[in-house]
Design a protein around this ligand. Structure first.
Ligand code: PBG
Length: 326
């Protein structure tokens, strides 16, 4: 035998030489749930270790994450039921606590990168990402609402907007609204291939944002489809997206790979709440070793082709790096 692949695995030093994929803390985006009020840090039951924060408690949390090397945060608002309506008007209201939080975080930590969520569901009395009329999710009627939300978030100082709604044409529509308002430098990370997945459960618990009727299958993609992700990717690139996202990540590694091979802008993947919850649950039962399984999970997403990963494990991965465990 002249060729022995095991030679490149013989020691930690040699294994590192031969390592093809590296995951850096700067490639992770940390999702955080925001709640209006003061002194609130409330654990999301179905996502242990993750919390709904009021802004005063969130500020030191963001600071400690930044000390660990996390640069980018994606914020999601948990909105009081009383403020929800059919047109998600609170999403761009002047006294919106989410917009205020973006502004305050950027003021306190100008170097941090803040990503937002653009979709109606946290603010909608119907719990859908689009405007509902006669039980239908209306595509074109939703676009001006998303555009208003986008401009409001850009005004608050957001660096990257994340349309997660899956309406057709929304990236181009948002881009135009942003540019017309002078926000040519605000980026769009489009949820390009977002599937109608069962893995969003804990997130909807965190925001109380589950649909009041029906499901999201008329706008989110069919989990059985792959080629369709390329159509979505082409449209988003053509409409001016700066990043393309695949969501969820683990059950869709083939889609991450497909977009990485076919598109020349950065690819991101959302390691969603349900993926994280199932790993946490197995570890709590003693069935998996958290410090081994968690980094392996993130590395697999990177290896598939993701340049950046949105993950609830961002802080604990960063902590493990800081502790010299990785
Ligand atoms: C909705 C939105 C969802 C997530 C991010 N934005 C849920 C949904 O589509 O119902 C899920 C994220 C996660 O599960 O971690 N606009």
């Amino acid at each position: 035998m002249h060729i022995r692949p095991r030679r490149n695995r013989k020691s930690a030093a040699v294994r590192f030489h031969a390592q093809e994929t590296h995951l850096h803390v700067g490639q992770l985006i940390y999702p955080l749930f925001l709640f209006d009020g003061k002194n609130i840090k409330e654990e999301v039951k179905s996502l242990p270790g993750n919390f709904r924060w009021s802004l005063d408690r969130l500020i030191p949390e963001v600071e400690s994450c930044m000390k660990l090397g996390i640069t980018t945060f994606v914020l999601f608002p948990a909105v009081d039921e009383k403020l929800k309506d059919k047109t998600a008007s609170y999403s761009y209201a002047d006294d919106n606590f989410y917009l205020h939080a973006i502004y305050t975080l950027k003021e306190q930590f100008p170097e941090c990168c803040i990503m937002t969520d653009v979709a109606m569901d946290p603010y909608s009395s119907d719990g859908h990402d689009g405007f509902v009329h006669d039980g239908q999710i209306m595509n074109d009627e939703t676009l001006p609402i998303l555009a208003k939300m986008s401009v409001a978030q850009a005004q608050a100082g957001a660096d990257i907007l994340g349309p997660s709604d899956m309406m057709d044409g929304r990236v181009g529509y948002m881009r135009e609204a942003l540019d017309e308002s002078g926000f040519t430098n605000v980026s769009i990370m489009s949820y390009t291939a977002k599937y109608a997945s069962a893995f969003y459960g804990p997130f909807r618990d965190a925001l109380d944002s589950a649909p009041k009727a029906g499901d999201k299958k008329t706008y989110q993609m069919n989990p059985a489809n792959k080629k369709e992700a390329l159509i979505e990717a082409q449209l988003d690139m053509y409409e001016g997206a700066d990043y393309l996202m695949v969501k969820p990540a683990l059950p869709y590694l083939d889609i991450i790979h497909l977009l990485k091979e076919n598109c020349d802008i950065p690819i991101s993947a959302y390691n969603v709440s349900g993926e994280c919850a199932m790993l946490i649950a197995a570890c709590q039962n003693g069935w998996l070793d958290y410090e081994k399984a968690m980094p392996e999970m993130l590395l697999s997403i990177k290896r598939a082709g993701a340049d950046v990963i949105l993950t609830y494990f961002a802080k604990s991965f960063a902590q493990m790096k800081a502790d010299g465990k990785l």
